[in-house]
Design a protein around this ligand. Structure first.
Ligand SMILES: Nc1ncnc2c1ncn2[C@@H]1O[C@H](COP(=O)(O)OP(=O)(O)OP(=O)(O)O)[C@@H](O)[C@H]1O
Length: 309
């Protein structure tokens, strides 16, 4: 398994050094520094407007930083792309309208310095059966698969994906991630921005959490969950439930009551459960568990919001 620590002898695939980008008065990326290494599968998470797309645009040379430096394979993003070392799938990348899927994929292959065979690219993206269809007649999920094909038209060392599975059905998603795993296993670096935290949890061996253009957390999914600190406690109660008393439990950070079942989040589960017994209630089916990545993400970003407001 890949770790997030910098391998001593390996040159970084991507380097951001104190990179900032503003739009008017909005700091989209704010002094961002990070390094990505070969073979890592990295999820870029963050609430809406956190700066994920801007970060990927800077990495791909589609936007220029106001300050700081971005390097890809030790060169500028543009040089790395011209050398065919980067494949990208962007959120809203427009597809040429009046061409067929096969024509578009062949074009992408012909432009890549280290192209794969178009037939293989079509098959891997699961679009061989719609190869003759006009690109403007595709469903949203099919168009996503075509964008995926364009990102993997050649042998690139870094694959950058912005919200890649939006609009894909379950089987398309599974096939997509299986292919991405293969790519990482072959030593390629895969960086993807996503709002699907379960995908980040399942796929990424490194998770970056962006918030207001800054890196709030960087680690494995397990480390991010541990960083959030809080734990989930759930139990069933018999008789009347005194919600006000439960809300006063120490270290409580969230609570949800549904029927007889109470689910809470606590920054110190031991102390909360101790106090629960002190209320004279007898919780049944008591369960204490760590946070899922989604809850950890919400806890970390909300704590940061509270700090800044
Ligand atoms: N071209 C632009 N002009 C002005 N402001 C912009 C522009 N692009 C992005 N922004 C602003 O910069 C901030 C970061 O936007 P960005 O799209 O990078 O975030 P994101 O994390 O990708 O968001 P989302 O999850 O909603 O896609 C936001 O406040 C956004 O409104």
């Amino acid at each position: 398994m890949t770790t997030t620590a910098a391998p001593a002898t390996t040159a970084p695939v991507v380097g951001f050094d104190q990179v900032s980008k503003t739009y008017g008065s909005t700091r989209a990326v704010d002094g961002l520094s990070l390094r990505l290494y070969p073979g890592q599968t990295v999820a870029l998470l963050g609430p809406n407007g956190a700066g994920k797309s801007t970060t990927l645009d800077l990495l791909l040379g589609l936007k220029n930083a106001d300050s700081g430096t971005v390097s890809v394979f030790g060169t500028s993003p543009r040089e790395a792309i011209v050398a065919g070392r980067v494949g990208a799938m962007l959120q809203s990348g427009g597809l040429m309208d009046e061409v067929t899927v096969a024509e578009l994929v062949r074009l992408a292959c012909s432009l890549h310095p280290k192209p794969y065979r178009a037939a293989d690219v079509l098959a891997r993206a699961g679009i061989a059966q719609i190869a003759d269809r006009k690109v403007n007649k595709l469903s949203g999920g099919q168009a996503q698969r075509v964008r995926f094909a364009l990102a993997t038209a050649g042998d690139s060392d870094l694959i950058v994906l912005d919200e890649p599975t939006t609009g894909m059905d379950v089987s398309a998603r599974q096939a997509f991630w299986a292919t991405m795993r293969e790519q990482a296993d072959q030593g390629r670096t895969v960086l993807f921005a996503t709002h699907y935290l379960e995908e980040a949890d399942a796929i990424a061996d490194r998770v970056l959490v962006l918030h207001r253009g800054r890196l709030l957390a960087d680690g494995t999914a397990a480390e991010i969950k541990a960083k959030a600190g809080a734990r989930r406690v759930s139990f069933d109660l018999e008789g009347d439930i005194d919600e006000a008393a439960l809300r006063d439990l120490p270290f409580l950070t969230a609570m949800d009551v549904s029927g007889r079942t109470v689910r809470i989040q606590s920054a110190d589960a031991d102390a909360t459960v101790h106090a629960l017994y002190g209320l004279g209630v007898y919780p049944r089916n008591l369960e204490v568990a760590g946070l899922g990545l989604e809850q950890a993400f919400v806890a970390i970003t909300e704590a940061e919001e509270a700090k800044q407001s």
